[in-house]
Design a protein around this ligand. Structure first.
Ligand code: FES
Ligand SMILES: [Fe+2]
Length: 346
């Protein structure tokens, strides 16, 4: 069951160019585009004339034109032109999804439009601050339920195993990391300290550490689909207890998961360099280190989904490192139950 009353990322802002973008979100075929004023829009990808997918059409001055018989729709989904006919029927309209562009992301509301509150969209001002946080982003399609990717980010003990060759480092250090979790009204935050640990190969490459490091990570999960990450490392013994300060090596990762279907999703992520801001090559290098790491996650989650398709969830066992993951799952389940009972009460 997918939660519909939530803001999901439909696209990176720079994906909306001179052609319509087709993407299935929460099971719905959606077409995304910008109108001539530059405003981002998302409509049901099905023409109200004969059901042709609108993404096969083209962008015109007034909006999007269906590629079959030329009906034109504006950003609200209203049909505003029918070739060869003056009268436009009242019901010549396709569904539009509330759309907000912010911090390089285009967010869509897939549920009841009357509940769409843009103040609930997660802030990530670092995307709009290239002077301090130069960043580069991507979107990975993943053949797995989006919650499997959220699970992945709630249990970092996988770093030492799945990512041993990249950002991982010593598995023992990850399992023994000093963890502190706090619950928030919209999710949870956790901090992981790995003091006096061996820096992973990617940290050495980026910051030239010679010996051991104090390594710290802060994660914030915002239900149901966003994880904001800060990571820092300093020469062992030099870091104070205050995360996000005094770290000569630090970066931020944004993780946004959007369900495509029950068993597939889009992983929108970015990497922001906070250590060599004046060096564009540092951002490229960070991106090149992170990108294959997330492909390792994608591959594992897709393999996991295949087993879940075959065997379901039965007989799976929870271990100590699942605590945050389980809290996160319970929270999203509560939101789904709340949404379902509100629908049933109508
Ligand atoms: S199907 Fe779109 S104009 Fe006919
Ligand atoms: Fe991972």
């Amino acid at each position: 069951m997918l939660l519909r009353n939530a803001w999901y990322i439909g696209a990176w802002a720079d994906e909306l160019g001179d052609k319509p973008l087709s993407r299935r979100i929460c099971g719905d075929p959606v077409v995304l585009f910008r109108d001539s004023s530059g405003r981002a829009a998302a409509l049901a990808d099905r023409c109200c004339h004969r059901a042709a997918p609108l993404h096969l059409g083209k962008l015109v001055e007034a909006g999007i034109q269906c590629g079959y018989h030329g009906l034109v729709f504006d950003a609200t989904g209203r049909c505003i032109a029918i070739p060869g006919q003056k009268l436009i029927p009242q019901d010549a309209q396709v569904r539009s999804y509330p759309t907000v562009e912010r911090d390089q992301l285009v967010w869509l509301w897939m549920g009841d439009p009357s509940l769409a509150d843009p103040t609930k969209i997660v802030d990530f001002p670092y995307h709009s601050d290239p002077a301090h946080w130069r960043n580069k982003h991507a979107v990975y399609p993943i053949k797995g339920n989006y919650m499997l990717m959220v699970d992945n980010l709630m249990d970092l003990t996988h770093l030492g195993y799945l990512h041993a060759r990249t950002v991982g480092g010593n598995p023992g250090a990850h399992v023994a990391a000093d963890m502190k979790t706090t619950r928030t009204p919209t999710g949870l935050k956790f901090t992981r300290w790995m003091r006096n640990s061996l820096p992973p190969p990617s940290y050495v490459k980026a910051a030239g550490f010679q010996g051991r490091v104090d390594r710290c990570q802060e994660f914030e999960f915002v239900a149901p689909n966003t994880i904001l990450q800060w990571t820092g490392a300093a020469d062992a013994g030099t870091a104070t207890d205050n995360p996000q300060h005094d770290f000569r090596f630090q970066f931020r990762l944004f993780h946004g998961l959007t369900p495509e279907t029950e068993t597939s999703c889009f992983y929108f992520w970015s990497a922001a360099n906070g250590y060599r801001q004046n060096d564009p090559e540092a951002t490229e290098q960070l991106y090149r280190e992170i990108a294959p790491t997330f492909l390792e996650d994608k591959e594992m989650v897709e393999a996991q989904q295949r087993r879940l398709d075959e065997f379901g969830e039965q007989d799976l066992v929870d271990i100590a490192s699942d605590a945050n993951r389980m809290h996160m799952r319970r929270m999203v389940e509560r939101l789904i139950v709340g949404e379902q009972s509100a629908v049933a009460a109508k």
